[in-house]
Design a protein around this ligand. Structure first.
Ligand SMILES: Cc1cc2nc3c(=O)[nH]c(=O)nc-3n(C[C@H](O)[C@H](O)[C@H](O)COP(=O)(O)OP(=O)(O)OC[C@H]3O[C@@H](n4cnc5c(N)ncnc54)[C@H](O)[C@@H]3O)c2cc1C
Length: 504
């Protein structure tokens, strides 16, 4: 019997397969498309997502495909790109990583990684570690009982049934699995007009003049829309409204004409690579679990793009779920551990949706910097993006002594509180405290005897880190395989705490 069947081989389905493989569980991913998506959608990976990739051993592979540039200009506005008011000399800003993130994390990407490039890394790594990814294969229906899920799959060799112990639904925002389970959603649903996302290749360097912006809103009435950088040189996306027309009404020639008008260069050489019709959506599933079926990624929460809370939140779901599924499948944890998935991830997804909606309403709250922007964000209830990615705390049965809520809306506060992510410090030039956390629970404590238990033990000597984590007085933290602190207390009580965290 397959241990875990994953419906959908997008970023979240592939991440789930990779993280499960990291924990020794070989999953089967079924994806109805005939190959990985080649259309970049998300481009910004949060530092938290990079931490997952580091733990799974693919950080270098992601770095290798990343685009090593930083969008120093953020968002700009212009009638056309050619008329954009860009100085001839770009500022001498080095391609530095996000310094705010490097305080908190060992993982800071130098630049961006478009989603299609990320998917190629996830796919190769998941397969290499034993996952099976079946393309051109659709999950048609499924049924569940006390011991597993029986799914009907339609693939290149026709229909067959597959029996699995658990099913992860990562089949996207319009999930058929979610509908079949009768799980409703809250949130505004489809927002704004249907959009067209055109991926194209053209040399725009004569018009960007060496500058790098994240996106440029084009205001010419001839072709209003938004130019989004993919590699800031030859690969770009043009977002425009589809209106009431079908997507067939936009053949490559018409798309190219729209792009030339948006750039403001009538004879620009343009190659249209792919066209993706899409709709901004805001929804949150009422439940993230029904028996042996778990909802992850856009299936569980679809959010507007501003803030980059879509793919990143979905990959974080996968990371939260994978170690729990593996621990229950291996008999290390009791089945009740799986209840903590919804208890932990749904509030995080609700925060991401709320914050993406606020940014959609007034994008300046996301893009503008400085003290007055911070004041405007506070007045509008906008939480800083890194806080949405990692400043939250879990409150569930897998955290003992949790203190839920956001300790700050402006900064990521990681202070050893149960339910928060373990504070990062370098214990040697290349090893972070996060790297001490392996496939089991980990007990981190200062020098001194630590009793054995159902966890790995690590002694950390960095006094500042011990103080920052609240264990300088001989205490210890019990850390879950997803880097979250499950418990903080006296080392001699750790063994009992581990039993409770694992619901044994
Ligand atoms: C234009 C655009 C820009 C975006 N920008 C950002 C951004 O900057 N940052 C960010 O974080 N997010 C962004 N997002 C959102 C991000 O792309 C999504 O959150 C992310 O793709 C969700 O991944 P997923 O795997 O959950 O779902 P999907 O990517 O939708 O994947 C679901 C997969 O399931 C497959 N499938 C569906 N039904 C079945 C079935 N029955 N059987 C088998 N397979 C099935 C589909 O073919 C699909 O491949 C953007 C999205 C768009 C459209």
């Amino acid at each position: 019997m397959t241990r875990v069947l994953i419906a959908g081989g997008g970023t979240v389905g592939l991440s789930t397969a990779l993280f499960l493989a990291h924990h020794g569980v070989r999953a089967l991913v079924v994806e109805r498309a005939d190959g990985p998506s080649t259309h970049p959608r998300a481009t910004g990976l949060s530092f938290r997502t990079l931490e997952f990739l580091r733990q799974a051993g693919v950080a270098d592979a992601v770095e290798a495909v990343a685009i090593r540039r930083t969008a120093t200009l953020g968002k700009i506005y212009a009638p056309t790109l050619a008329t954009a008011d860009l100085p001839d000399t770009p500022p001498a800003v080095p391609n530095t990583p996000n310094l705010a993130a490097s305080r908190h994390s060992p993982s800071v990407l130098r630049g961006t990684c478009p989603q299609d490039r990320l998917d190629s890394v996830l796919l190769a790594a998941a397969r290499e570690r034993g996952a099976t990814v079946a393309y051109s294969t659709t999950l048609v229906s499924f049924d569940q009982d006390d011991t597993g899920v029986t799914a009907v799959l339609d693939g290149p060799d026709g229909r067959r049934t597959e029996r699995a112990e658990y099913l992860v639904a990562a089949d996207g925002g319009r999930s058929a699995v979610r509908a079949a389970l009768g799980i409703g959603t809250t949130g505004p649903g489809a927002l704004g007009k249907p959009l067209l996302n055109i991926l194209f290749r053209a040399d725009l360097t004569p018009y960007t003049k060496g500058h790098h912006f994240a996106n440029c809103t084009i205001t010419t009435p001839e072709s209003p829309g938004m130019l989004v950088t993919v590699d800031a040189e030859k690969d770009w996306i043009f977002h425009t409204e589809l209106g009431d027309e079908p997507v067939d009404a936009f053949p490559p020639s018409r798309c190219a004409a729209l792009i030339r008008a948006a750039v403001g260069v009538p004879d620009l050489a343009v190659e249209v690579l792919s066209v993706l019709p899409w709709r901004v959506r805001g929804l949150l599933a009422d439940r993230f679990r029904a028996g042996r079926v778990f909802l992850a990624g856009d299936t569980a929460h679809a959010v507007p793009p501003l803030g980059a809370f879509g793919a990143n939140t979905g990959v974080a779901d996968a990371h939260n779920l994978a170690w729990k599924l593996a621990a229950v499948l291996d008999g290390v944890a009791g089945p009740a551990l799986l209840d903590t998935y919804e208890a932990e991830r749904r509030p995080v997804a609700a925060l991401a949706l709320d914050q993406a909606l606020r940014r959609l309403e007034d994008p300046r709250l996301h893009w503008e910097q400085g003290p007055s922007a911070a004041a405007a964000r506070a007045a509008a209830g906008v939480v800083n993006a890194p806080v949405v990615h990692l400043g939250y705390r879990y409150d569930s049965a897998a955290v003992l002594g949790a203190r839920a809520g956001l300790p700050s809306t402006e900064d990521v506060v990681l202070d050893g509180t149960p339910g928060s992510r373990l504070p990062h410090a370098w214990v040697s030039p290349e090893v972070s405290t996060l790297d001490l956390v392996g496939r089991r629970l980990a007990l981190l404590t200062g020098p001194g005897a630590a009793p054995a238990g159902d966890y790995d033990v690590h002694v950390v000597e960095d006094e500042e880190w011990l103080r920052d984590t609240g264990i300088a007085d001989g205490g210890a933290v019990l850390v879950r395989p997803d880097h979250f602190i499950a418990w903080r207390g006296r080392p001699d009580e750790a063994a009992g705490a581990a039993v409770r965290v694992l619901a044994r």
